[in-house]
Design a protein around this ligand. Sequence first.
Ligand SMILES: [Zn+2]
Length: 334
Amino acid sequence: MFHKIKFPGCVNQLERIVSFQRELLNFACSSSASLPITESQLKTEFGDEIGEWLWDKLWTKRKSSKKAQSKLHKALEKLIRYIERHSTMSAKIMDAFDHDIQFHKHLNDSNFNFKYRRELSLTVQKVVKALLTVFYTDLLASGFPSVIHGQSQKFNRDEFISSFWSANSKLAVCPACDRPRSPKVDNKVYSDADHFFPKSIYPFLSVHYANLVPLCLDCNRSMKGDRDPIDDPSKEPLVNTFHPYTNSAISQVDVIVSRDQVGKRQVRIEDKAGMPSRRVASLNRVFKLEKQWLDHLDYVVKSTVEDVIEFRRRLTRVSASNFVVKNTDYFAQL
Ligand SMILES: [Zn+2]
């Protein structure tokens, strides 16, 4: 990630939401979960208030009287069913979760590796991913009740985005690409909440405060998408990646604008620590910064040249018309 950014003021709320996510995962992995899931089972596990709210989230609101299972319900059932058949995986899943959510404390640790990818089989990854992804898409989008995050009003994704921009009010650009930041309409900034480590590859980080960054719509949807900032998970993955919040690129790189041998403009990002640099290569691979900035530079130079030509044309026209006016005045005096 390029620009230096500050953590939003809602870190504490998000930490509590991660704790609740852990409770839900632990419930699905425990022997106390049984199918079908019932409201009383949830109330016993999470308390009356959270149990009632969660029960409501397990059903879709349909106009017809018949309710249908929500995606969260299906994902929760799938994991419970899997653990019923493979109970030994339970401890492994929880150990990997507890390990991976500490990633932000190991950014300088060359030995750190995400256990989700290294130690869980693809089948386990799939059932876990379904639950934790929908935890973000459905629950953070619609919001969590106060009893979970501790704030008086509802907390949801828009609250996170608003909290981020309040903490970073002086940053006028997108933290990743340097384009103007997303527009603000009625005090709401229309940014996407990007997962720096994509939730499709690192679902344990789907609501982690150190993994969520509001980016411009172009960055999140067109440029970055699900691209993994880690180039090689087996070789010191974290120390070879610029990270938002605590290890941004801006003070560690030089951006060099020059011309090549045939006079063509070029933009290069060079690591002050020396090249070749895996972290610079990843920055370019994920956000295509050199290409984006070269395209923008070409556009600015082209439009500036066009503006100068147009200005000169207008100036010539004005000078000519002044000449006509002067001559008309002269003839009027005769
Ligand atoms: Zn951007």
